[in-house]
Design a protein around this ligand. Structure first.
Ligand SMILES: [Ca+2]
Length: 748
């Protein structure tokens, strides 16, 4: 049995014992810290002798850093175990004792109460230990113990940031058994219920962390959202099929129905979100958010309650945020130029060639564009990320919101611009735009001239429909490939390559120098495998759905079958996304969220744009093309349709608010019951106060005697007040009798 056994000073913990592997693994109290030392003194820490002097320095640095990593973790009360990882990485297994874990969970519940996320104080004192209600709650506590700064009781290990840039990631281990049973359960059930989302929440939390260690996201909310969306999609899917079969193209009725559907769905979801946030006790969690580790403050301010605020000049932040305007303009111009070029090529192909493959050839550029768009936008997303980083947001939520908005703007341009060009430029103005384009091309490449068809330009009115089909279908297919197949292939290939290097190269590889304890081998293998997986990013999944919703809101009358396609796609998507989290990604940190984030705003904007776009499309394409008056009446149609939408939205919101949410009512009732019980208690105390205990009376007495106001000290002894009262009555009686006003005389 041989473990990673570098010279003692490297580990600095000579006492680490390798306990035999537990047969029954628990996943709620563990975390893995992946430390990569390939950047610093790689060869050195493997104990290779005859070190050159500069390697000695690196060796020192690596030792010091790793030591301080372990020191920090142990200072937070965590137990650590060290094992070799793939290549030049070390896996530090972190475990929280039952005591520490239970107490951390308890403290976070108290914090929830402090920020009124939950209504009832959990009771107990500073040493209270409570078991987590579900696995994700425990894991979140361990996550905080590892990540949070020292003054908040954590170890302050912020992966890839500042001091810990060699800590590549921190992640909890997958609970494979539960994963698989849940995956089986999801694939068997046709319709998911809120209990299924509870299970997902219990396993993965309402939020998850992604690529950046502190960027928060929302898993259970995502699944609840896709399911709600899926259920709602059945309506446009059915009406879509009916429209396709029986109604004319660009049906006005279908366009109106879909607009109404979008509004109702969105308003319903807003209510549902609140409902779920109460059900999962996460309403208002954004208030508890801590600073992002990357946040740079200018100075510290301590307010009157003793809270420390990290201050960064607001005007500076706004100035930095304004940079996104030129960014969006430049990105839009660049993307727009590419899309226009592709579009022009496409039109010219359709003009220049006449043959059996024309149909395929004609849409080839669009399909190529659809495939290329993700790569183009991901490079722009890189710029957006840098820009957002520069904006220096305090909390992860604000950071995420800003980044999401930028990325969403880019996706809108890349995905919808080609269709908008076809609908509002090519079809109506093709006869004006295309001939000059053709002439320019003939002048540039004279050889092409004979190949152009000589017929006059006639816009292909089916083109819009074909374009929408091409973009949506290829979009869904490529995203499925990208999400589910590509990562698996990549992972497989990396595994082979690693194995190849291990057997063929003389590079320092930990695993070729040490052997695992046979008892641990299987467990370590899965851990190493998980360490190589990707970080899950739920934003990408939500973005996918929001874009899809946009196609429906903006272009549904073009091809009514679109929603049926989306319905089928999303049923698979929900299950495959869960599978993706379990198989292709590291287990996400179960951080919490109270909603799906800024996406609701995006959905709102899309619904609004949809009311304009569908109205314009139906107006332009539904009526006779030769009718030149249609351009004059277009603004009226748009104006009317937009205002109908605004009215409808207000109406739906009002109806849903009247209906209310089950959870809101429940919460309100609970709160009432709790406050009522306080009141009852006060009343009961008051009644009890009539018979005050002797000790209490003595105490009151002494307090009053001590007071300077002699008025309240005259009748301080028991019964004195009563006696004083009786004496007064007696005096009055005496006076009455003396003056002949006795009771018997009154009667007369
Ligand atoms: Ca997805």
């Amino acid at each position: 049995m041989m473990h990673l056994s570098p010279p003692e000073p490297v580990l600095g913990k000579p006492g680490i014992k390798h306990s035999p592997q537990e047969t029954d693994q628990s996943f709620n109290d563990k975390y893995v810290v992946l430390y990569d030392f390939s950047g610093i003194g790689a060869k050195a820490s493997l104990g290779i002798t005859h070190l050159p002097s500069d390697t000695c320095v690196e060796y020192e640095a690596a030792t010091k850093e790793f030591n301080s990593l372990l020191d920090n973790l142990e200072a937070a009360g965590l137990h650590t175990e060290v094992r070799p990882g793939y290549d030049q990485t070390i896996l530090v297994f972190v475990q929280a004792s039952k005591q520490l874990l239970g107490n951390t969970v308890y403290k976070s519940r108290v914090k929830d109460w402090l920020y009124s996320i939950t209504q009832a104080h959990p009771g107990g004192d500073k040493d209270t230990v409570v078991p987590g209600w579900y696995e994700a709650e425990d894991i979140l506590a361990v996550y905080h113990l590892v990540l949070w700064p020292k003054e908040m009781g954590g170890a302050g290990i912020t992966p890839q940031v500042g001091q810990w840039k060699n800590v590549k990631s921190i992640f909890p281990l997958h609970n494979e058994k539960v994963n698989q049973s849940l995956l089986r359960h999801l694939s068997r059930r046709f319709i998911l219920t809120v209990e299924d989302f509870d299970h997902i929440r219990d396993l993965l939390g309402s939020k998850v962390s992604s690529r950046e260690p502190n960027k928060f996201e929302q898993i259970a909310f995502y699944f609840a959202f896709i399911q709600t969306y899926l259920m709602f999609l059945t309506f446009p899917a059915i009406t879509g099929v009916i429209t396709w079969l029986f109604l004319p193209k660009y049906s006005l009725a279908y366009a109106i129905l879909t607009s109404v559907w979008c509004t109702v769905f969105l308003e319903y979801w807003k209510l549902r979100e609140v409902d779920l946030s109460i059900r999962w006790n996460v309403r208002g969690v954004s208030k508890t958010e801590v600073n992002r580790p990357e946040f740079k403050y200018e100075r510290l301010i301590v307010d009157e309650t003793g809270r420390t605020m990290h201050y960064f000049t607001k005007s500076k932040q706004i100035a930095r945020q304004l940079l996104q305007i030129p960014f969006i303009i430049v990105a839009a111009a660049a993307l727009g130029a590419i899309i226009c070029c592709v579009f022009a090529v496409e039109v010219l192909i359709s003009e220049a060639f006449e043959g059996p493959y024309l149909f395929y050839l004609e849409y080839l550029p669009t399909i190529l564009l659809a495939v290329a768009i993700p790569y183009i936008s991901s490079s722009l997303e890189g710029v957006a990320k840098l820009l957002t980083e520069y904006e220096n947001h305090r909390t992860a939520d604000q950071h995420e919101m800003s980044l999401t908005q930028k990325i969403f703007m880019l996706s809108i341009i890349t995905n919808y611009l080609p269709i908008l060009l076809t609908a509002f430029v090519y079809v109506p103005f093709g006869d004006v735009v295309v001939p000059p384009l053709k002439r320019v091309l003939q002048r540039v490449i004279p050889g092409l001239e004979p190949r152009f068809s000589t017929r006059a330009f006639r816009p292909d009115s089916d083109r819009l429909r074909n374009e929408v089909i091409a973009l949506t279908v290829t979009g869904q297919l490529t995203s499925f490939f990208e999400e589910n197949i590509l990562p698996l292939l990549k992972h497989q290939f990396q595994g082979w390559y690693r194995e190849y290097r291990r057997t063929h190269s003389k590079d320092a590889m930990l695993l070729s120098m040490v052997t695992d304890d046979p008892e641990e081998a299987k467990f370590l293998k899965t851990c190493r495998n998980q360490a190589t997986l990707l970080q899950y990013n739920v934003q990408e999944d939500i973005a996918e759905l929001v874009l899809q919703f946009g196609y429906l809101a903006l272009f549904s009358p073009v091809w009514p079958l679109i929603s049926l396609g989306f319905l089928i796609n999303n049923w698979i998507e929900l299950r495959s996304d869960f599978g993706k989290i379990c198989i292709e990604c590291k287990r996400p940190a179960p951080t919490r969220a109270e909603r799906i984030g800024p996406w609701v705003l995006s959905l709102d904007i899309l619904t609004w744009l949809g009311s304009i776009s569908t109205a314009a499309i139906v107006h332009l394409f539904h009526f006779d093309e030769a009718d030149s008056g249609r351009w004059v009446t277009l603004p009226i149609t748009i104006f009317v349709s937009e205002h109908i939408l605004l009215g409808l939205r207000a109406f739906t919101r009002c109806i849903f608010e009247r209906l209310g949410s089950v959870q809101i009512r429940k919460e309100r009732n609970e709160r009432y019951a709790r406050r009522f019980s306080y009141l009852e208690q006060i009343e009961a105390n008051k009644r009890a106060g009539v018979n005050l205990s002797p000790a209490e009376r003595e105490r009151r007495k002494s307090v009053l005697v001590a007071s300077t106001d002699s008025f309240w000290t005259k009748q301080i002894d028991d019964g004195m007040s009563a006696a004083a009262g009786l004496r007064l009555i007696g005096l009055a009686r005496e006076w009455e009798e003396k003056n002949g006003y006795g009771p018997e005389k009154k009667k007369v």
